[in-house]
Design a protein around this ligand. Sequence first.
Ligand code: PGA
Length: 288
Amino acid sequence: MKIIIHESYEEMSVAAARVVAQTLNSKPNAVLGLATGSTPLSLYEELVRMHREEGLDFSQVTTFNLDEYVGLTRDHEQSYHYFMREHLFRHINISPTNIYIPSGTTDNYEAFCAWYERRIVECGGIDLQILGIGSDGHIAFNEPSSSLGSRTRIKTLAKITIEDNARFFEREADVPIYAITMGVGTILEARKIVLVANGKNKADAVAQAIEGPVTSMITASALQLHRDTEIYLDRAAAGNLKMIDYYDWIQAKGPAAPTTEHWRADEAHAQGTDAAAHAAREHSRETT
Ligand code: PGA
C-alpha cells in the first residue's frame, strides 16, 4: 500500500487525477472503475480540465461504476447515473456505449448483477479502480459485515451511511435503503486501485482501513490484501494514522528504490575509502 498525504483536498485530487491520466496515456482503451460521492468531485473536475486543456482522451475508455441506489431512476437527481453524467460524462469524449452503471430499476436484480460481473470480465477487467471510503469504512456500498469475497449484489445500507447521505436528499426518509453494489471481491480484482479520502470525519475509518486488522467490519481494510493500492489523503483524513511520520518520510525521500547507479557509486565510494584506509595503515607502519 502506498499512502500519499497532501496538505489540501485540491492537491490530493490533482495527484489522484494524474494517476488516471497516466493510466490513459499508457493504455488509451483502459477500463476504469468509477466512484460517486463528494470526495471524487474535484478529481473529476481535474479530469475534465485535463480533457479540455491537455487533450486527455476518453474516446476508447470503458467505465464501470461501483454502485447505484435501488429505486432511483437514471434521471433522479440523486441517482449515481445523474451524478456521473453531470460531473464527468457530459464534459468528456467518452462513448455512451462504453459506460456501465448498475441499474437501480431492473426487475431482475440477480440476473442484472451476474450480467454486470460478466461484462467487467468481457471488457478485460478493471485497470484502475477509483474508490472513496465511508465513515463506517465501507468501499462502494459494502457495509460492515459484507463478505470480503462478495460480488455485485443488493446490499442494505447501514444507518450511518443513510445519515451521511441524507445531506444530499430533502429528508433522511428519502434516502433509499438498498443499493446495488460491486462486491469487495469484485473490487479486489482491479489491477490498480486508488482510494481518495478527505476531511476529519474520515480519519477514523482511514486509520482502521490502513493500520487496523483486515476485517469485514471495515471493508476498506481488505485493500491491505491488494498488490497495487494507492491511498490519497488530505492532512485531516490522515490525522489518526499512527505511522504518519513514516508515510511523510517516504514521500519526502521519494518512493523509488536506489538505482544501480546509486549502488555502483556507493560501492566505488566504499572501495575508495577502503583503499585510502589501507594506504594510511601502510604509511603509519612504515613510519613507526
Ligand atoms: P463521500 O462518500 O465521498 O460522499 O464522503 C464516500 C463513500 O461513501 O464511499
